[in-house]
Design a binder for this molecule. Structure first.
Ligand code: NAI
Length: 343
């Protein structure tokens, strides 16, 4: 089996080569992202392997189908960059639902602690032999209320980490986890009560810009917002306004609405065109990492292993447990017909 691997980074290759070799899957690595202009590179392959910023829109899907390609293998959990509806009945979409919820949840806490204890500032100061503590005063997490939006795999691990810190936890989820001991509250109440808000829900029509001018107006003054989920959950302009008005105490962003053209690349020495991102980065209380939360050795290995298993299951057994199903909307609930997904 031959797969065109788009948006390749040096850290992707060792684990995909290792697991691919063991299972008879050859990856053809391309640095470029998948889009209408690059789709032709997949010609002659059985499938494409894509990541969060590859553009799998209707045109790309149609072109893949014309080339006889049967499978889109996402090497990530989120699939908001794939037009799943358009894929239905045409091309199979496999993803990696979980590879290390710990990687993302731990990065979330790392960002939160870095921000509120000013670790990034202290690091720069001591490098310059500046040992002053002025303006480095933080606050205790113990006893603070954290509002967790989305209590799936990652959200639940983050909840457990917060419990260890002695924080009060409230949560909002469209489908609350029964018997979790988590206090679920309506979204507005979460906005009103939380000292810290952390986003762990997927990006979809319903969650798009869930943090906006209206929701920010309901939040406590000085609230800390952490987003390690998807950029467009937050209206970045509204966030910037909230920071300028001193309503938002700090923002920790591992994802950004317009990240596709910027994140994962080295723009040092260049002029960044995105004024909103540039302005956010100038703020002393904004911490940005470039979609890094997943990046641990364990996660990279699990991603490659599961992606390769998805591919071999699909081709050898004719079905894959991690196939996304547009019709029933979720992998778990998919009503299997003829031992296959309802595709
Ligand atoms: P999951 O599917 O296990 O959990 C998502 C939870 O969100 C579910 O409990 C679901 O009921 C809930 N949900 C769905 N729609 C909602 C809505 N409108 N409002 C509130 N809750 C809603 O997903 P998992 O593995 O926990 O991942 C969460 C998100 O983290 C992913 O969607 C992805 O966008 C992001 N992610 C980010 C990474 C990074 O490197 N920054 C890496 C991996 C995932």
């Amino acid at each position: 089996m031959r797969f065109a691997f788009f948006d390749t980074k040096p850290y992707d290759m060792p684990s995909f080569e290792k697991y691919g070799k063991e299972s008879g899957v050859t990856f053809k690595f391309y640095e470029t992202r998948l889009n209408e202009d690059t789709v032709q590179l997949a010609k002659g392959c059985d499938g494409v392997c894509v990541f969060v910023n590859d553009m799998v829109n209707a045109e790309v899907i149609d072109r893949l189908c014309e080339m006889g390609i049967k499978v889109i293998a996402l090497r990530c959990a989120g699939y908001n960059n794939v037009d799943i509806k358009h894929c239905y009945g045409k091309i199979h979409v496999l993803h990696v639902p979980a590879y290390s919820p710990y990687a993302v949840a731990e990065h979330t806490m790392a960002m939160l602690l870095t921000s509120i204890r000013r670790i990034h500032k202290a690091y720069n100061r001591t490098k310059d032999f500046n040992f002053s503590l002025n303006e480095l005063t933080g606050f205790d997490l113990h006893g603070k209320t954290v509002g967790v939006i989305g209590t799936g795999r990652i959200g639940r691990v983050f909840v457990d980490i917060c419990r260890g810190f002695g924080m009060n936890i409230i949560a909002y989820d469209k489908f609350p986890a029964k018997d979790s001991g988590i206090e679920y509250v309506p979204l507005d109440e979460l906005f009103q009560r939380s000292d810290i808000i952390s986003l762990h829900c997927p990006l979809n029509e319903e969650s798009y810009h869930m943090i906006n001018a209206d929701s920010i107006a309901k939040m406590k003054k000085g609230v800390v917002i952490v987003n390690t989920s998807r950029g467009a959950l937050i209206d970045a302009e509204a966030l910037l306004e909230g920071i300028k008005e001193r309503r938002i105490g700090a923002a920790c962003l591992d994802v950004y609405e317009e990240e596709a053209d910027i994140f994962f690349e080295d723009y040092s020495g260049h002029i960044v065109e995105d004024d909103t991102l540039a302005r956010l980065i100038t703020m002393p209380n904004v911490l940005v990492t470039s979609h890094q939360a997943f990046l641990t050795e364990e996660a990279l290995s699990n991603i490659a292993e599961t992606t390769v298993k998805n591919i071999t299951d699909f081709f050898d057994k004719g079905s894959c447990a991690n196939e996304l199903c547009y019709r029933c909307g979720s992998v778990e609930d998919c009503r299997k017909q003829r031992a296959q997904k309802c595709f």
